[in-house]
Design a protein around this ligand. Structure first.
Ligand code: MN
Ligand code: MN
Length: 442
């Protein structure tokens, strides 16, 4: 099996990660890469034949793409690599602009599970979309351009921090104070208006237009290698762009031939807040997309064909897991913790102490994946998220398994998961891509 070289793949991934700071930007970049490889939007197909390369997007945030196989989808289902492209961050509130003590701030709302203190005193960027009443849109991207300013949440100096130091982590910095400073040069009481005037001049938006906006505060800066050996990558949003992009590249690889079963990927939205909403995996997007594909393969397409196809499908749930950190040994699962540089981690189940909320994969499917990984020359490991009674986590696997398909969690391990800068191993990123590529071409 042929793969991209490690340096070629890592170069592509770091370019994507630096650009795709939001789910919408990930979507746009994915469509660009798919179309460059000959993939077309599904409405452009009257029928779907083996070898056709198709995608369907939703809300400009969630996308499914496929290379149509020799066997019909209703006969043998799909092979799926499914990840998510949203990442923990701060969203601007609908009425974000306020003035306090002569400074203008953006009022922010937490998106996803963050440790609040990690977001203080960091250079931050602002990305997103403002939609005016007439439907016209303004794209905002400030903080990563060469001459761009950045934004920041201030923290108290240690000299005056005695009272703060005594508070527990959850309390010492209230969520309501996670607000970025964005304007300080006017006169007190007039600052707010000066800032609103600036927005109007620069972006041609009224303050009310911010009511219909999706603006995100994310870390400013590009992915960087870490350590003298450059064996790790610090990046914002590895969770879960590291797996989503690996799936995308694996599908692009698969598009050179015609697989037996249809090979597909999902890069979905809203995983970090429970997969809710019309772009999350608890929506009907996935089923509807499979139905759209079957309708283009069958003369007399019926609903039962979709159900059968979903049940016959199988999936690698492409999401990150935790790598054991030597500084925190008391959360490691004895002998079952993931290590850096040993490839993507398969997790038979997620969940917490009781496996609560887990999709526990069948040993039959695990055996199938072991064989595929061996045949593809993939380095991989089997691991749990962490020690029992210390917490737990979940992925989209449970929402896919309910259709009856086999689902195994398999993705890259991280340090600093959900921190502004997460750490992944170069080897693990590359082996994750190889794993998905081997699976989609098996
Ligand atoms: Mn994730
Ligand atoms: Mn996550």
């Amino acid at each position: 099996m042929k793969y991209l070289s490690q340096s070629e793949y890592i170069g592509k991934y770091m370019d994507y990660l630096g650009f795709a700071k939001t789910e919408r930007r990930s979507y746009a970049e994915s469509v660009r890469l798919l179309e460059a490889e000959g993939f077309k939007e599904i409405s452009k197909f009257k029928t779907l034949k083996p070898g056709d390369k198709v995608y369907r997007g939703y809300g400009e945030r969630t996308i499914m793409a496929a290379v149509i196989g020799k066997e019909k989808i209703s006969e043998s289902g799909l092979k799926i690599v499914g990840g998510h492209t949203d990442a923990p961050r701060l969203d601007l509130k609908p009425k974000p602009v306020y003035e306090k003590g002569g400074c203008v701030y953006f009022d922010c709302h937490i998106y996803g599970g963050i440790k609040k203190y990690q977001w203080l005193t960091l250079p931050l960027a602002l990305y997103g979309t403002v939609v005016r009443k007439d439907g016209s849109r303004v794209e905002v991207a400030v903080g990563d351009g060469k001459d761009d300013p950045v934004f920041m949440i201030s923290d108290l100096l240690p000299h005056l921090g005695r009272d703060l130091e005594k508070k527990p982590m959850a309390e010492f910095f209230p969520a309501e104070d996670l607000d970025v400073v964005c304007w300080t040069t006017g006169e007190e009481k007039k600052e707010r208006q000066a800032f609103v005037d600036f927005l109007k001049k620069k972006y041609k938006v009224e303050e009310d237009d911010l009511l219909s906006a999706e603006l995100e505060i994310v870390p400013a800066g590009m992915p960087r290698f870490v350590g003298f050996d450059k064996s790790l990558i610090a990046g914002y949003g590895h969770d879960d762009r590291v797996c989503s992009f690996a799936g995308l590249q694996a599908l692009l690889d698969a598009s050179g031939g015609t697989p037996r079963r249809t090979a597909s990927i999902l890069m979905c939205d809203k995983e970090e807040i429970g997969s809710m909403g019309n772009t999350g995996m608890q929506s009907s997007f996935f089923e509807n997309t499979v139905a759209e594909m079957i309708e283009r393969q069958e003369k007399n397409a019926r609903d039962i064909m979709v159900r059968r196809a979903l049940e016959k499908s199988s999936m690698l749930s492409a999401d990150v897991t935790a790598i054991a950190d030597p500084h925190f040994p008391d959360v490691d699962s004895t002998g079952n913790s993931a290590k850096f540089h040993k490839g993507p981690c398969a997790s038979k189940y997620t969940g917490g102490t009781s496996k609560g909320g887990a999709s526990d994969c069948s040993p039959e499917f695990v055996a199938e994946i072991r064989k595929i990984m061996d045949e593809g020359g993939v380095t991989w490991q089997m691991a749990e998220l962490g020690r029992m009674e210390k917490g737990g986590g979940g992925t989209i696997s449970q929402y896919m398994a309910r259709f009856g398909m086999d689902v195994l969690d398999m993705g890259t391990g991280l340090w600093n998961m959900h921190a502004p800068w997460e750490l992944a191993s170069v080897v693990d990123c590359y082996e994750t891509y190889k794993a998905y590529s081997a699976y989609l071409r098996s």
